[in-house]
Design a binder for this molecule. Structure first.
Ligand SMILES: C[S@@+](CC[C@H](N)C(=O)[O-])C[C@H]1O[C@@H](n2cnc3c(N)ncnc32)[C@H](O)[C@@H]1O
Length: 266
């Protein structure tokens, strides 16, 4: 609590109250550099809602939400409750405060479970008894990696991590849902924001390290999966429900939904 956390800083962008002075001071510096940051976080949550609706429309009833964050309005289980019948959600995060808040909020809800784990260790997540008891990986699953992959550095092999989850969730209809920070939209504040995160990532705070990726890089991370229309696009442009203006092209974030098409174990 003496250093900022990704989860609590994000909660602050979203107007939540599960954050401390140290988080707010850091987030305010990011907001000075990139005033659009709060709107970007809201656009990300709106994408999450649209993607969950889309998954429900595809018949998916199970959600593995990796890097799920501090529960806030419009969490996956709430959206799924309105869009699917009997959805099951497993929330996974490596931030102790995000996990504690999630457990406190969801303790009475048997359709949700919360796992404290690092998503960069897919075997640890997939083989955990809680994962095995809460999700049936022989049935379609949506693997959600929403606004988290930019905290996975290249040396952790994000493509291999995505492939490992996709390989475990191969029932026909399984999908991977991704949103990702990107500095290719031409907003100078985006790379400044990335620098602020990285400057804060001292050796004992490596979780703050941020690696924005462009469209080509994110597309490469999803190699082997079939992109659902409209492919990798700026977050507001992924199946918008209302018309979006030209400013959407400058959004410092990308979104995509991809389908696993190979045979089981592929
Ligand atoms: C920006 S928040 C996004 C929360 C949520 N997915 C959303 O879009 O609203 C990123 C979350 O990912 C978590 N996170 C970052 N790296 C992680 C890792 N290696 N394993 C598990 N969780 C991670 C952080 O603790 C934080 O809660």
């Amino acid at each position: 609590m003496t250093s900022p956390s990704v989860a609590r800083v994000y909660d602050y962008y979203l107007g939540g109250s599960h954050n401390f002075e140290v988080d707010r001071a850091f987030a305010d510096r990011v907001l000075d550099a990139l005033p659009e940051m709060a709107a970007v976080a809201q656009a990300n949550r709106a994408f999450l809602r649209r993607a969950v609706h889309h998954m429900c429309a595809q018949g998916i009833r199970q959600f593995l939400d990796l890097g799920s964050g501090i529960p806030t309005v419009g969490n996956v289980h709430e959206v799924a409750a309105t869009a699917c019948d009997d959805a099951r959600v497993l929330y996974v995060d490596n931030d102790p405060i995000a996990v504690a808040h999630s457990r406190a909020l969801l303790d009475d809800d048997p359709s949700t479970a919360v796992l404290a784990a690092d998503l960069t260790d897919p075997r640890r997540v997939l083989d955990d008894p809680l994962t095995r008891s809460h999700l049936d990986l022989t049935q379609p699953v949506a693997v959600l990696l929403v606004s988290v992959l930019h905290f996975v550095p290249d040396e952790a092999d994000p493509a291999g991590i995505i492939a490992a989850y996709a390989a475990a969730a191969t029932a026909p209809g399984s999908h991977v849902v991704v949103s990702h920070a990107s500095d290719e939209g031409g907003l100078s504040g985006a790379s400044q924001a990335q620098n602020l995160y990285n400057r804060d990532a001292s050796p004992n705070r490596m979780r703050m390290r941020m690696r924005m990726r462009d469209n080509e890089e994110l597309t490469a991370l999803l190699a082997g999966l079939e992109l659902v229309e409209p492919g990798v696009v700026r977050i507001p442009l992924w199946r918008p429900e209302t018309p979006v203006g030209p400013e959407a092209q400058r959004y410092p974030g990308l979104a995509a939904v991809a389908r696993h098409t190979g045979p089981p174990g592929d």
